[in-house]
Design a protein. Structure first.
Length: 340
């Protein structure tokens, strides 16, 4: 038998392809990614608006609880002063012991209210610190008081503004565009694909196999002729996604309009209560002064004084709450219209 020498063969191949036409698949994939980035940016804007509202609510709650605490302190101080007056009148034999007991009971109730008001104020401070990311027991100083500032825009104006600036609505609209790109990507499977392919090859009987080289270039066209209806099913699924995204956008449009209307009408309702309650405070203050003087003169009763004090307390509380409701509703309205 004749012997056969071992034969060594080494080769290297480098292949590259460039898509010239993909039926819109690559272009729509890039557009989808860009739209996805825009949606994420809008999500950040939505989060900022929600955090701003939460911070505003916490701020106004501190102001409200601070004013209610001052009212509670004043009420308790008024009852203490009245109790001293009643005791003096009792010692002089002008009023019965029953008046002293009545006043003590009212003072005890006022002090209980004061304790609760102090606790509510402390909790409001802790809550605001938590929202701002500060230690719960941090001391903070509020610079803006709880006041009334007129809001002049009409309901139609704020609804129109909100529908132009709310990031959530833009998110829904961008989602519709994303779904539409998915339809185009699915449809690209029915279109021809054209690509340029190039190959460079080297071979040799010696390592590293780079002695002999040649190259080829090809223009390749691919067309999906039959896929058992798979592409059509993907197109219908993507089209269904477009319809769903459009319905979500419509619902978001309606939800925003309703949110704006609710905040606006609540703000106007609180605004009317502010003016009414302000007059009530003025009248209750005069009534309390008259009741005190009448009792000291012996022509009024102890019940009249305490009822007048409680009426003044309630009027001040109502006025404070209406200011709070107005400012909270305005903050919610600003969030609802996407105002920065």
């Amino acid at each position: 038998m004749a012997s056969v020498d071992a034969y060594n063969y080494f080769s290297n191949t480098l292949t590259a392809s460039i898509p010239l036409y993909t039926g819109g698949k690559v272009e729509n994939a890039i557009k989808q990614a860009q739209l996805g980035h825009e949606v994420s940016q809008l999500e950040v804007a939505t989060t900022k608006n929600n955090l701003k509202l939460e911070s505003s609510q916490g701020y106004y709650q501190v102001l409200q609880s601070q004013l209610l605490l001052e009212i509670a302190k004043q009420t308790a101080a008024d009852f203490r002063a009245h109790l001293d007056r009643v005791r003096e009148m009792f010692d002089n034999g002008v009023v019965p012991w029953h008046d002293v007991l009545q006043t003590k009971v009212k003072l005890a109730n006022a002090e209980n209210t004061l304790v609760k008001a102090q606790n509510d104020y402390n909790l409001a401070i802790y809550s605001l610190n938590k929202t701002m990311g500060l230690p719960l027991h941090s001391e903070i100083r509020l610079t803006e008081p709880l006041i009334y500032q007129q809001y002049t825009s009409s309901l139609n104006d704020v609804i129109a503004f909100g529908l132009e600036h709310r990031p959530e609505l833009f998110q829904r609209q961008e989602n519709v565009k994303i779904r539409e790109t998915q339809v185009n990507i699915a449809r690209s499977e029915n279109r021809p694909k054209v690509m340029l392919k190039g190959t460079i090859a080297w071979d040799d009987t010696e390592f590293t196999g780079t002695k002999n080289g040649d190259w080829t270039a090809m223009l390749v066209t691919q067309l999906n002729v039959f896929d058992s209806g798979n592409t059509e099913a993907k197109i219908r699924q993507a089209q269904s996604g477009v319809l769903d995204a459009r319905e979500q956008a419509r619902q978001t449009h309606d939800d925003i309009s309703l949110e704006i209307s609710d905040a606006y009408l609540n703000m106007r309702e609180s605004e009317k209560r502010i003016s009414t309650n302000k007059v009530a405070v003025e009248e209750a203050t005069v009534n309390f002064d008259i009741a005190q003087k009448a009792y000291s003169a012996g022509v009024g009763t102890n019940i009249d004084v305490m009822d007048a004090e409680l009426a003044l307390n309630q009027a001040k509380t109502n006025y404070t709450n209406s200011l709070f409701d107005y400012n909270i509703s305005k903050a919610r309205l600003n969030k609802a219209i996407g105002s920065s």
